[in-house]
Every structure is written in structure tokens, then in C-alpha cells.
Design a protein. Structure first.
Length: 158
């Protein structure tokens, strides 16, 4: 079974504000007061009609996305994460911006990039948890569609 997610992680209020201003679905709630805004190819294409050059270190890392992350990070750290695994093979990538500056990545590796990024957002793995990837809750769903469904259902229940 595969694991394919990509999107923005930050304090939930920051991600909600970005999602609302961009007229996107709501973010899903993670631990530590964080929110995850899953972004597909279509979402990124509609958000950034002119994306500029892409940084080959991550699949979706365009100049336009870097600018958006930089602007969002004025109030605190913001990460962009992506995974692409199938049958235990694949990679994950992450970058973190804080106060307008890139402070981590972008980096892609077979494991650990997202956990390192989550540490910079204040996540700590508790005893019994494998790493910060698990601690924040990224094991709950394996694709963006399921994350979006969860977020939409939670918003409707409020």
C-alpha cells in the first residue's frame, strides 16, 4: 500500500487563514495545535498560476510555493511536506520556513525529513511512538483525499 501526501503544516489558525483566503478546503487537525492543509497538483496549480522555476529537491517546490511559505511564516514556523512511498520504497521531503526565512531543507530522503521538520514545529515523539511523523499523526491517512475528507467532516461537526 502506498503513502502519498503533500501539503502545508503550521499552527492550525495560520493554516485555516491561508486555506480560507485561498478558498480551499479546511485543514485537518494534528497534534501540538498544528494543522495540515493537503495540497494536490490541482490545488497548487490553481493557487500559483505562475509557479516559476522548480527546485529539484522536492516534487512540488516551486518559487511561488517558497514565497507563500515565507509569507506564511511571519508569525512562526511553517512546513511543506510530501511523501511518495509504495511497498516500503520511496521518499519523503520537507522544508521549514520561520520568520520569512528557510531554516530547513528543502530535503528529500528515504526517512526522517518530515520528523526533522516536525521537531522544528515543536513536535516530540512520546515513549512508544516511533518518531515525530507518527507523533503528529501522519500515520492516520495515506493520501490527501482521506485527509481532506477528515477535515471536511470535522468542520461539518463543529
Amino acid at each position: 500500500m502506498g503513502h502519498y501526501i503533500s501539503g502545508i503544516v503550521a499552527k492550525v489558525d495560520s493554516v485555516r487563514e491561508f486555506a480560507s483566503s485561498a478558498r480551499l478546503h479546511p485543514p485537518a487537525l494534528l497534534t501540538n495545535g498544528l494543522g495540515f492543509l493537503p495540497l494536490s497538483d490541482d490545488h497548487l496549480d490553481s493557487l500559483f498560476t505562475v509557479q516559476g522555476p522548480f527546485d529539484n529537491s522536492m516534487t512540488y517546490m516551486s518559487d511561488a510555493l517558497k514565497t507563500a511559505l515565507s509569507e506564511m511564516s511571519a508569525g512562526g514556523p511553517v512546513a511543506f511536506i510530501e511523501t511518495e512511498y509504495f511497498g516500503g520504497q520511496g521518499a519523503q521531503g520537507a522544508t521549514v520556513y520561520d520568520h520569512g526565512q528557510c531554516v530547513f531543507g528543502p530535503i528529500t530522503n528515504d526517512a526522517g525529513a518530515i520528523s526533522a521538520a516536525m521537531k522544528l514545529l515543536g513536535v516530540t515523539a512520546a515513549p512508544g511512538q516511533h518518531d515525530e511523523f507518527e507523533a503528529v499523526g501522519f500515520c492516520r491517512h495515506r493520501n490527501n483525499e482521506d485527509w481532506i475528507d477528515e477535515a471536511t467532516q470535522n468542520q461539518q461537526a463543529e
